[in-house]
Design a protein around this ligand. Sequence first.
Ligand SMILES: Cc1cc2nc3c(=O)[nH]c(=O)nc-3n(C[C@H](O)[C@H](O)[C@H](O)COP(=O)(O)O)c2cc1C
Length: 325
Amino acid sequence: MFSWASLPRPIFGVSPMADMTDMPFNLVCKAHGAPVIFKEMVSSEALFRKSEKTIRMTTNDDGERPVIQQIFGSDPVIMAKAAEFIVDRCHPDGIDINMGCPVYKIVSNFDGAALMKDPERAASIVREIKKAVQVPVSVKTRLGWSNDRDCLDFVRVLEDAGAELVTIHGRTKAQGYSGVANWERVGEAKCGVSIPVLVNGDIVSPETAKRALEISGADGVLIGRGVLGHPWIFSEIQAAMNGSEYVPPTLQDRIRIVRMHAELQVNHYGERGLIKLRKHLPYYFKGMAGWKDVRQELVHVSTLAELFEILNRLEKIADVSFSES
Ligand SMILES: Cc1cc2nc3c(=O)[nH]c(=O)nc-3n(C[C@H](O)[C@H](O)[C@H](O)COP(=O)(O)O)c2cc1C
C-alpha cells in the first residue's frame, strides 16, 4: 500500500486543479516525470448520492498512480462515507481533504477554506475519514482565512486528528491569488508538526522549486498553474537537482505532447473531450512567436481532425523560440 514515507524526498507533485487535473492530463504529467498526482476535487455530497458524473471523475488509470483523490465537503459523516465509497470503488492511493478552496460557491457551504475557521469540525472530518479508510489521509489548506498565522495552530490540529501530510498554499483565503506566496510562513507551520508538509504557490521552475524548499524547509512541493502546458516541469526539476543538462522541448516535441493529450482526452470523454481540452491548449504554445493567432484557433477546436490540422501546420515551422511570457 502507498505511504507518504515511500516517496523519495523532496516530494514533487501535481497540485489538484478542478477541471484540469483529470485522468488524461494526469497521464500526460506522469509520462513526463510527475512523481505523484493530486486529482481534481470532487464533492462528497455528490459521491454520497452516487452521482455517475462524479464517480466518472474519480475513475483512475493505473498510469496515474500514485494518485490522491481530493474531496470537499463539511459534514464529517458524509465526508467519511464518500471517502469509503471512492476508496472501495476507484482505489485511489490516498484521500486529500480540501480545506483551502476560496471560491464563493464552496465557502458559502462551509466547505473548502471555510474549514480553517472551524478547526474542531476540520479535525472531526479528518478523524471520521481516518476511521473509514485504510489509505493515507492528507489535507490541503492555506495560510489562514485572513490572518496568515492561522496555519501555525491549524496544522497542529490536523496532525493531532491524524492527518498524515499537509500541503499549504502560501496565501490566505482573503488573498485569493493576489500577492505572492509566503513560503517562509509555510516553513514556520512545518516547524510545529512532525508530519510531512508540502509547500505550494508560485512554483513554476526548478529555481522557484529550489527556493521554496530552501525557504520553507518543506518536505516537497505541489505545482499547480506551473504544470499547465508544461507537464515536463518535473523532468526539468529532476535534471536541475541531479546537476544534469536539460534540453527543453522543441515546438515539435510540444506538438507530440498535445497529440498525446488530445488522444487521451478523446479516449476518456469521446470527441466532446476536445471542448474540455480547449482550456489546456493555449498553455502549450504560450510565449511562442505568433502565439496570439494560434490561441484564437485552438480555443475553437471541436474535433480531433480540426486540432490535428492546426498542429500539422504548426509542425512545418522549422525553428521557433519560446519567451517566458
Ligand atoms: C484552475 C484551478 C483549479 C484549482 N482547483 C483546485 C482544487 O480542485 N483543489 C485544490 O485544493 N486547489 C485547487 N486549486 C489551487 C491549486 O491547487 C494551487 O493551490 C494554487 O493554484 C497555488 O499553486 P500554484 O501557484 O502552483 O498554481 C486550483 C487552482 C486553479 C488555478
